[in-house]
Design a protein around this ligand. Structure first.
Ligand SMILES: N[C@@H](Cc1c[nH]c[nH+]1)C(=O)O
Length: 368
């Protein structure tokens, strides 16, 4: 075995991609900051028990665990920073007035690669608004993510809304389903398998057709409205989407549940550049406090690697080659004008070897 290779699911990021990811992160966090979201930087690993039980409805986490030789406790490397932000808001920042607005960026590690992404280690950048999961709060969160992607130069953004707790609401209300068959029903709805759904609970069939461009799909879902059980959700969803109308493409897939493990009434996937894979996700969720109290929240996470790998981040180089013997004051002036200067340190050095696009000659930048 060679130690030059990395384990499955891990990779190094090299120039210019690592720079592109850093610029993207800066643009997103800058936009978040300008909207009142201050940065929190949670620990890379923490007590497994504290991480796993923090968000209501979260199943056993998909986390890499290990026994810490120092504390003798089982620790988990974070697979998702949202639960950590929830912990911070519920403990050290519990006394802060609500809502609390926090942003974050850092690596997360999954135990297994998913079908959609072979990577186990990813960089997450996000915002969480803790204390509210109202329409106003959700509108702000989707507004921030759209503004952040615009600031980062990511074009053709589209948002696919979903209702993560839809089946639970219907099953515990108008359309009861046997507890043992509910997972199978979710599965068949996820697969858009009409035959399978019909065999379990035909009342759910219209949900398959209620997916597509947002406003049409919303109309179909309203027509389906199950004795008022969904009225408030549908009204809220409409208001959130209405705020984005005309600026980003909007779709609705009410039974989509991939990646929405702990989200409550609202979930959304973020796409860009006409690509199939999602670049981020978000939604409403519930934080559990130490005393059992529950607190509503809403947020989003973007995946920098997915954005860079899809070619949606700016990876162009613009570098100015500075020949040997150039007056350092001139080079400093060029940097002051925004140039990236690369100084020759030896006589034989060339602009090509230094990946330069321009060369400094007679105090001016000349394109190569
Ligand atoms: N952290 C979630 C998205 C999210 C943030 N806040 C609420 N949901 C994810 O990466 O899937």
């Amino acid at each position: 075995m060679t130690t030059a290779l990395l384990p499955t699911g891990f990779r190094d990021r090299l120039p210019p991609f690592a720079d592109a990811a850093a610029r993207l992160e800066q643009a997103v966090l800058g936009t978040a900051y300008a909207h009142g979201y201050e940065r929190a930087d949670p620990a890379l690993a923490e007590f497994e028990a504290g991480l796993a039980g923090r968000l209501k409805a979260a199943r056993a986490q998909d986390a890499v665990r290990f026994v810490d030789p120092v504390s003798q406790a089982t620790l988990a490397i974070r697979p998702d920073m949202t639960a950590q932000i929830g912990r911070i808001a519920a403990t050290r920042m519990a006394h802060h007035p609500r809502p609390v607005r926090l942003s974050y960026a850092g690596p997360v590690l999954k135990l297994r690669a998913s079908q959609l992404s072979p990577n186990r280690e990813m960089r997450q950048i996000g915002c969480e608004l803790i204390g509210l999961d109202t329409v106003a709060a959700a509108r702000e969160i989707v507004e921030v993510v759209v503004a952040a992607l615009t600031a980062a130069g990511v074009a053709d953004v589209s948002i696919d809304f979903t209702l993560p707790d839809l089946i639970d609401v219907l099953a515990s209300g108008p359309f009861p389903v046997d507890a043992v068959r509910i997972d199978a029903l979710r599965d068949r709805l996820d697969a858009k398998d009409a035959g399978g759904v019909a065999a379990i609970a035909p009342a759910y069939l219209p949900l398959i057709a209620a997916a597509g461009p947002f406003f049409e799909a919303h109309d179909r879902l309203c027509a389906f409205d199950a004795g008022g059980a969904l009225t408030s959700r549908l009204e809220a969803l409409w208001q959130i989407a209405d705020g984005l109308k005309g600026r980003v493409a909007l779709t609705l897939d009410p039974t989509e549940r991939h990646g929405f493990e702990y989200q409550s009434w609202l979930g959304f996937s973020i796409f860009a550049g006409g690509l199939r894979g999602e670049i981020g996700r978000g939604g409403t969720y519930t934080i559990l406090h130490e005393d059992g109290a529950e607190e509503a929240a809403v947020g989003f996470s973007l995946y920098a690697d997915a954005i860079v790998a899809a070619g949606l981040a700016d990876t162009d180089r613009r570098r100015l080659f500075v020949p040997l013997g150039t007056d350092p004051a001139v080079t400093a002036r060029m940097r002051g004008e925004g140039w990236v200067t690369v100084a020759a340190l030896e006589a034989g050095d060339t602009p090509a070897a230094q990946l330069c696009t321009h060369v400094l000659a007679d105090g001016e930048a000349r394109a190569l």
